[in-house]
Design a protein around this ligand. Structure first.
Ligand SMILES: C[S@@+](CC[C@H](N)C(=O)[O-])C[C@H]1O[C@@H](n2cnc3c(N)ncnc32)[C@H](O)[C@@H]1O
Length: 319
């Protein structure tokens, strides 16, 4: 069971979001194979493993190697067979599907974990000065530093607008381009200063920290979060057994839109033009939706975990 109030602490560094709702939709039964494709600190995995009641298998995936100690701790008490696969979930899910591994429940809890954000040296946070990094997988090539120093001004503006919904995207991109001509950016603090200098003074005090949206945009670009999601969804469906459930928790409107479109499209049968008298495509729906509208955190959850504010959960079952 979830504790009544799950609070972040050294022992519980990440509070799982929409945990009971995801658990209910995934409805794991003893003997099944569960894939937690975003293991993090294993909060969701523990709940799902509990529903296996000692019989079944849990496959944990994460691209961040620092999650492995959490997996080791989880495995020691999970009471079921458990494996950790380090890598991008889009690649790992496709490999598992290609190797004939089938799952009864798959969870994707997207974005970054509290451990990643709260460790200043990872460079995800605008709140502390640190190297400009933001890689979930520290062996990946692209860092925030490379994007900030190397991408054309226009591309910077595009990602700030698209991924960060930043109103002052162009002004900030221009300030970055000017400043890097003098000296390349190396640290988050320098970037925060450049962002602050680019936006009008009154705007620095509304809508949260002035660097919040640009940092979010950079993080999404560094980790190609939307690309990974779009590749992972079909791979997850390919892995599901008939009757298998897929649940996705997203934190960004672009992610949620991609999930919604994909699930709706997979839940549609015939794709013939409406003026065709009979179906010639013969397409059967691959999924049945379990959520018509996205599930959002309750007021009670938001009281104890404000980081859940933008979470949206959607789920479907393999036909
Ligand atoms: C929101 S956290 C998950 C937290 C987890 N559900 C828990 O209860 O502790 C997201 C995790 O997914 C991982 N992640 C994000 N995108 C990934 C990807 N494309 N492939 C593999 N892991 C990814 C991150 O490294 C992070 O550990």
């Amino acid at each position: 069971m979830l504790p009544n109030v799950w609070q972040r602490s050294a022992a519980e560094p990440h509070v799982p979001v929409l945990a009971e709702e995801a658990r209910e939709l995934l409805a794991v039964r003893p003997g099944e194979t569960v894939v937690d494709a975003t293991f993090g600190a294993g909060g969701h995995a523990r709940l799902l493993a509990a529903d296996l009641r000692g019989r079944g298998k849990l496959i944990a995936i994460d691209r961040d190697p620092t999650t492995k100690p959490y997996f080791d701790r989880f495995k020691a008490v999970a009471g079921v067979e458990a494996r950790f696969l380090r890598g991008d979930f889009s690649v790992v899910l496709a490999q598992l599907a290609a190797n004939g591994v089938r799952a009864d429940a798959i969870l994707l809890d997207l974005g970054v974990s509290s451990m990643q954000v709260d460790r200043p040296e990872r460079g995800f946070s605008y709140a502390t000065d640190a190297p400009l990094d933001m890689r979930m997988d520290p062996s990946a090539e692209l860092t925030a530093r490379e994007i900030v120093n190397g991408w054309p001004e226009r591309e910077l503006a595009t990602i700030f607008r698209r991924y960060g919904e930043e109103r002052y995207a162009e002004r900030i991109a221009r300030a970055i381009a000017r400043r890097r001509e003098r000296e390349p950016f190396a640290r988050t603090g320098e970037l925060v200063d450049a962002i602050k200098s680019a936006i009008p003074t009154p705007a620095r005090f509304g809508e949260g920290h002035p660097a919040k949206r640009v940092f979010q945009a950079l993080r999404i670009a560094v980790n190609d979060e939307l690309g990974a999601l779009e590749a992972a969804l079909p791979a997850a469906v390919a892995m599901l057994r008939p009757g298998g459930r897929l649940a996705v928790i997203s934190f960004h409107s672009l992610e949620d839109r991609a999930v919604k479109r994909f699930l709706q499209e997979q839940a549609r049968g015939c794709t013939c033009p409406p003026d065709f008298p009979v179906c010639v495509c013969g397409r059967e729906p691959a999924l049945r939706l379990l959520t018509r509208k996205a599930v959002r955190p309750s007021a009670r959850e938001l009281d104890t975990n404000p980081r859940a504010a933008s979470a949206r959960l959607r789920a479907a079952v393999r036909t």
